[in-house]
Design a protein around this ligand. Structure first.
Ligand code: ME8
Length: 507
């Protein structure tokens, strides 16, 4: 392994709209961010993980009105639920940004003034087909039968005085960047984006006079900033907060060495991979690095979304199945970058098939054998036992592959390798048959089992963020998971009691 001591990693999720409670789709993105952030931390990186809420715009104001509440009070209540979800899901974020925070608002106002001074913003009139629900204009070529291509709702004609961002001036630049650099992963989404949006790229309307609930610009208080110019800049403004671990210059300057990962659902790649890189370029900053994942779809094959009424409440699921179980399903069973199904049935199948049968049973079996054959004390491995040597070679290879997948952000492939790691250890038990073995060979086997359970548990700890603690407690390890702990020899360690890591779920 390399030394990552002086390296830094900045990971972000979209800031979610506090118009409704979050559903399992939101939990998916945040779980991926948490997984990769913990992994980088284990490698020795200094990490910063940003999430938050996108609080301005008509939709939010409308929802507050429906509820007959003051808008800020309304969103503040919903945000309590956001934070509760992240707590119950054991998400270790560093900073929760709200776009209604003063620091963010000030930053966005100043930024607007600067872009205006640099002539990247100008005033004009806009008329276009607009989707109120997605808060976006669409061009004729993007739509069919006056319906929003993203949510299917009826579009309306909007005309208003507006400030515009000179996006179209960067059309060739962004096309080239998308095709030839790493702004967007997976690569197959690039063509989609270029064909659907870049070829027909127009200046972006960035203010509204028809909306009150937003950030007023200094230059003209009748205009508030349109949500995307407001929202996207959270990734910069957060770094001005006192709790921020990194500074704006450190992360966003062109020569920055901070590794960056911005996770988004595929429906907002347009904003993150066209407008956002252009905004950054206008400000003289580096390019973003975005991973667009697919959608969680329900059994009927539809995207899970509040407007379709087919959402699953993660808080309810956590109560029944536990947070690690849900996180593992999301990371492992949804192929990163593709759409994937979520249902309770599939979740139960995964819990019983992988977490209980393979992983939890491995730990229980090993615990029982060491307690039976060695009075609960891990024996020493004194010999060069061939099955152990063969196992070690295989597992080292899996580990290398694991690091590679993680560094490539192929999350579902990474956890599949860890399951494979567990399977190899199970096969090693079948092969060495400790119940028929004795003497130094038995000692070598049991010592190896504990070592490899510890290794795989350490790697799994980035997703099984609660359950790994049971194994650490079993082995009296008080330290935080770290790659530097791998391959520790547990000879002479007295095993503590351990309960089942995962319980079988009855259908
Ligand atoms: O778009 N499957 O907020 P939002 C997978 N405020 N992921 C899903 C999902 C699903 N079915 N449903 C939602 C916004 N998501 C803006 C973002 S960022 C500057 C502004 C996740 O509350 C996914 O990450 O509508 C998606 O991009 C995000 O939630 C949309 O959240």
């Amino acid at each position: 392994m390399n030394d990552f001591k002086n390296k830094k990693f900045y990971v972000t999720t979209p800031i979610y709209y506090p118009n409704y409670k979050l559903h399992i789709g939101h939990a998916y993105t945040t779980t991926l961010a948490d997984y990769v952030s913990r992994y980088k931390k284990m490698q020795g990186y200094e990490t910063m993980f940003l999430t938050g809420s996108d609080e301005h715009g008509q939709k939010i104001e409308d929802r507050a009105k429906e509820a007959n509440e003051d808008t800020l009070k309304f969103v503040t209540k919903i945000i309590k639920d956001f934070k509760k979800l992240w707590l119950k899901l054991d998400i270790d974020y560093d900073l929760f940004i709200r776009t209604t925070d003063e620091t963010h608002k000030e930053y966005v106002k100043e930024s607007f003034t600067q872009l205006l001074k640099k002539d990247f913003i100008y005033k004009s009139k806009y008329s276009g087909l607009y989707c109120k629900s997605d808060e976006a204009y669409f061009t004729e070529t993007q739509i069919k039968e006056n319906k929003c291509p993203e949510c299917g709702k009826e579009l309306i004609v909007m005309e208003e005085e507006s400030y515009f961002l000179k996006i179209s001036a960067f059309k060739d630049w962004i096309k080239d960047e998308l095709l030839n650099s790493d702004i967007l992963k997976p690569k197959h989404r690039v063509n989609e984006l270029v064909n659907n949006f870049v070829n027909d790229l127009q200046d972006l309307s960035v203010t509204r006079t028809s909306i009150n609930w937003g950030i007023q610009i200094n230059e003209d208080t009748s205009h508030v900033i349109y949500v995307w110019l407001d929202a996207l800049q959270n990734y910069i403004s957060a770094l001005k907060y006192p709790e921020s671990k990194f500074t704006i210059e450190e992360v966003w300057n062109k020569n920055s060495e901070v590794e960056l990962l911005q996770l988004v659902g595929k429906e907002i790649t347009r904003f993150h991979c066209i407008y956002w890189p252009i905004i950054l370029k206008m400000k003289g900053y580096r390019k973003p690095s975005v991973l667009a994942h697919g959608w969680l779809i329900s059994d009927d094959g539809d995207k899970m979304s509040k407007s379709k009424g087919n959402v699953v409440d993660p808080l309810e699921l956590i109560k029944i199945y536990g947070s690690d179980e849900i996180k593992f399903y999301l990371v492992n069973n949804i192929v990163t970058g593709e759409d994937g199904k979520f249902s309770e049935e599939l979740l139960i199948e995964m819990i019983n098939g992988l977490l209980v049968n393979k992983y939890s049973n491995l730990v229980s079996r090993t615990d029982a054998m060491i307690k039976k054959y060695c009075k609960g004390i891990v024996p020493e491995n004194k010999i060069n036992y061939l099955p152990t040597k063969n196992l070690t070679i295989k597992l080292e290879k899996i580990r290398e592959d694991y690091y590679q997948k993680m560094d490539n952000y192929e999350f579902s492939n990474s956890t599949k390798l860890l399951i494979n790691y567990v399977e190899e250890i199970n096969l090693y038990i079948d092969l060495t048959k400790p119940w028929k073995n004795s003497g130094e060979e038995l000692n070598a086997t049991l010592n190896t089992l504990v070592k490899e359970i510890f290794n795989v548990t350490t790697l799994l700890s980035s997703v099984l963020t609660t359950s790994y603690k049971k194994v650490y407690q079993w082995l009296s390890i008080k330290k935080k998971p770290s790659i530097s702990l791998l391959d520790k020899d547990f000879k002479g360690v007295k095993l503590n009691k351990i309960e089942h890591l995962f319980e079988r779920i009855k259908k």
